[in-house]
Design a protein around this ligand. Structure first.
Ligand code: ZN
Length: 339
């Protein structure tokens, strides 16, 4: 009933999230002043009243979720079947384990700019939004150049300033990414990463059929991000590598088998190892080899390991060996250009 990924993350990482929930009656009108009760019994219940937009914000903790609480919505004169609710916070941002207090915005109320087939939503001033739309289009063309793809399914940016926002009511199939325009990582790194991964993985639901393919999704997303930051100059490439080296340094093992780095695995160093893997592949087979792999990967109908082995052979001219996915700390560090 609550978004599965958020619940899993809260439980496994002990995060705390303020999750907005919008209540509506059967006519789609906000349900104001409804009572929202959470808990096992009347003693432990948390009672919240919906505001004039029909929104309540529930504070989710590991303790609360492991209790598997019962949720009751009550409003005089209304039956349960007359009430619908929508859970927001898909775009929730966590800082130090807590979700950032965010303004809740209805998707329909967002302003946007359409340019060259890209729609950019914004809660900043229009002039700046115009400028950023050009730079996002520039970035997307760069991704196409590196990946060799003519068509992309990027994520849809929502440009924000300092204000963090949580969006409700986005249509199915729209992958929204809030981008803080004051943050270089949001603009030049995470947007590229998420767009590449969305294109390769999410559009075809790859992880749900094979959760072991993060070395491809996250790995290539990191690889293209590094290319973009290198192209951008200004020390961004160095900052990214420093960041990736730092997570390597915190990794307790000698090596990582990337095929075991599955979805839900919280080991951040997986990003570093998978980036190192693709940098190595580029050195051995050139960007052309990687582009060939991306092309065939995008054309695949099934994502079982046999299919991957096949396109690996066709792209790189050598048989896939499970050992290829084992990268050591030492090797990754060397690949990043530091002794
Ligand atoms: Zn990713």
């Amino acid at each position: 009933m609550l978004p599965g990924t958020i619940v899993r993350n809260i439980k496994s990482k002990g995060l705390v999230a303020n999750l907005p929930i919008k209540l509506e009656d059967k006519n789609g009108k906000p349900l104001q002043g409804a009572l929202f009760l959470i808990g096992k019994g009347s003693d432990s219940s948390i009672a919240l009243k919906s505001n004039s937009d029909g929104v309540i914000t529930i504070r989710l903790t590991r303790e609360l979720l492991t209790q598997n609480p019962i949720i009751v919505i009550s409003k005089e004169g209304l039956l349960a079947k007359d009430i619908s609710y929508e859970v927001g916070g898909k775009t929730m941002k966590f800082v130090d384990g807590e979700s950032v207090e965010a303004e809740v915005i209805q998707f329909d109320n967002l302003r946007f700019i359409d340019k060259e087939g890209l729609r950019v939503y914004y809660v900043i001033n229009e002039e700046a939004a115009e400028r950023y739309t050009d730079s996002f289009n520039y970035a997307l063309n760069f991704i196409k150049e590196i990946t060799g793809k003519g068509q992309l399914n990027p994520v849809t940016p929502v440009l924000t300033g300092k204000q963090d926002i949580s969006i409700m009511g986005e249509p199915e199939g729209t992958a929204i990414l809030p981008v803080d325009i004051t943050d270089w990582q949001d603009k030049y790194w995470f947007y590229i990463h998420e767009s590449v991964e969305n294109d390769l993985i999410n559009t075809k639901n790859v992880y749900s059929t094979n959760p072991n393919l993060r070395w491809i999704g996250d790995g290539l997303a990191e690889f293209v991000s590094l290319k973009f930051l290198t192209h951008k100059g200004g020390g961004y490439k160095e900052k990214m590598l420093e960041n990736r080296l730092a997570s390597l340094g915190k990794f307790p093992e000698e090596e990582l088998n990337l095929y075991e780095w599955k979805t839900g695995d919280t080991r951040i160093a997986g990003y570093s190892f998978s980036l190192a893997f693709w940098l190595k592949m580029e050195k051995q087979h050139g960007l052309k080899g990687i582009q060939l792999f991306i092309k065939q990967f995008s054309d695949l109908k099934t994502y079982d390991i046999a299919s991957i082995e096949q396109i690996y052979l066709l792209s790189f001219g050598k048989k896939f060996n499970a050992e290829d996915l084992v990268i050591s700390q030492k090797e990754a560090t060397e690949i990043f250009g530091r002794p």
